[in-house]
Design a binder for this molecule. Sequence first.
Ligand code: SF4
Length: 322
Amino acid sequence: MKLRYSEAFYSVQGEGKFVGVPSVFLRTFGCNFRCMNFGLPKDKDRWTQHAEGNRYNPEVKALIDADVHKTTERFEDLPIIHTGCDTYASIYPEFKDFNKLQEIDEVVDYLISLLPEGKWTMANGQDVHFILTGGEPLLAWQRLYVELFEHPKMKDLKNVTFETNSTQFLHDDFRDYIRKRTDIEWTFSCSPKLSVSGESWEDAIKPSVVKDYYDVGNGSVYLKFVVADSADVDEVCRAVEAYRSVGISVQYILCRLEDVVKVIISPFKKLRNYVWNKGGDSHQDCTYHYSGMPGGLSEEDYKILQGKQITEEQYETIRKQL
Ligand code: SF4
């Protein structure tokens, strides 16, 4: 079996507990979701319908209709889209051929070529982290991961993170493997999708799956959420409650807000406390971070979205409840 992946690159981790740490990212192909609503007004029917056969973000649909997948040569030349899942070429089958299909030996050689010193632990003692992202990296690719981590050129690897949408249970053999590899620090960076993604609560909020990661007992789990307005904040509160009901303490809450956070920093800190209080969890350590979608919305969509973002008054209402 070969691994299909869209890209691998060396960079620094931009979020979570390992912010700033040098890392090699591997983006696997395929996802069980089709998040299409990010960055779009929620009240537009066309963005919120998930009927069979309508699982294409309109921007992606337009690219496919224009044969962009047939006329573009390289993955890196594909256009950036402004809404929905920003890694569309890693999830939609039309873009499958932009992805590499390689034996583990080839994948490992490529990963090693990206390392500044050709090994996972550098001369100064700093280890380079390995981050598997996607798409959804915990789909069937799990079947290849033991071979990947057992490869001789991976033996000095010390730190692995899965950037997951947290809907996929671990395969039994991979769970056993993680438990045995106590020399590696394993992190599950869970990004459950709120309804702003267009996915349903039942499909996206799966505490038993996160508990599966948590129960491996040989690593850490944190959850992060994309938040655009006060309705999203209330959903995060409900999610914290749901995860807590199966014994999971939410360690990190990364709230990403578009635009407003740039001008309203102070309530942002309080926002996470508000979420923890309302979710009934004890306050943990956390990081918070601003990140916007690349590009921009159309003028019309932007105007509508502006009205849907958290206003200063809404922040004030939240603040008073703290
Ligand atoms: S879960 Fe992540 S990779 Fe999958 S469609 Fe949603 S944003 Fe994209």
